[in-house]
Design a protein around this ligand. Structure first.
Ligand code: CA
Ligand code: CA
Length: 260
């Protein structure tokens, strides 16, 4: 059954497809400039200690109080973009958006191939506690004892990520190829991805959801002696480019053609 909000979301998608290159298009997911986050399904894993607000045309996911480092929720605040859920058009493609961690300890980023049936996804994050960017596979139903697998992580010495910085993130999953670009707002997009890894566990049939999420990663924080985190992450200017259509962003290896 399609609910009213989903039907409206689909209309929104149809109305905001921008002209792109041959066989390609960019879908405006949300820029939050209308002051609300309609179309986003918000899940507060902290059981009432989280808030989702649009502030100054940006989407802010934050806890209303510090969350203890051993809290099983890991302070997670998850917002799913409803038109992408169970919609195969979003199973392969590229999410682009900006992220900012407003507090030390916060991890913030985007999910692709998110499924609420299997509670699985691929996550593309900036982590203030690791101090850099990483890609992970998440499978709660299949591996409840250890759902997170870090597939690739940048070197924090070379690619540091810290609280208070605005970054562009480009997160791509096409087939089994995962890629992530990250560059500071105002800088030029690097030609080559920061992270590139193949993984075949969560195929295109595993899920299609796009989500924004903020949480904390306990492991590095515990080793640093941190006892609690007030999670706060900001996202904005989110777009999605479906499939592997050729455009000027796809020629990452510089050979004049599409990659892969
Ligand atoms: Ca809105
Ligand atoms: Ca905005």
């Amino acid at each position: 059954m399609i609910g009213k909000s989903t039907a409206m979301g689909l209309m929104l998608v149809a109305g905001t497809v921008l002209a792109g290159g041959r066989g390609n298009r960019v879908i405006v997911v949300d820029d939050f400039n209308d002051g609300d986050a309609s179309g986003w399904e918000e899940t507060d894993f902290t059981a009432g200690r989280g808030s989702f607000t649009v502030v100054g045309g940006k989407y802010v996911l934050q806890t209303t109080e510090p969350i203890a480092i051993d809290d099983p929720s890991v302070g997670a605040l998850d917002a799913d973009w409803e038109p992408s859920m169970e919609n195969p058009m979003f199973s392969n493609g590229t999410v682009r958006g900006t992220i900012r961690a407003n507090t030390y300890g916060t991890t913030v980023g985007f999910l692709l191939r998110d499924s609420h049936e299997t509670e699985s996804d691929y996550g593309f994050f900036g982590s203030t506690s690791f101090g850099t960017f990483y890609i992970e596979r998440f499978e709660l139903l299949a591996h409840p004892e250890a759902p997170q697998t870090i597939l690739a992580m940048a070197d924090p010495e070379d690619f540091p990520f810290a609280a208070g910085e605005d970054w562009n993130i480009e997160a791509r999953v096409i087939g089994r190829q995962l890629r992530m670009w990250a560059w500071k707002v105002g800088d030029q997009r690097p030609r080559r991805p920061l992270l590139s890894v193949a993984d075949k566990v969560l195929g295109p049939d595993s899920g299609s959801g796009i989500a924004a999420i903020a949480f904390f990663g306990p492991a590095p924080l515990i080793s640093q002696g941190v006892t609690e985190v007030q999670v706060s992450g900001t996202v904005d200017n989110i777009t999605f480019t479906p499939g592997r259509g050729r455009n000027r962003f796809d020629d990452d290896d510089g050979d004049g053609g599409d990659d892969d």
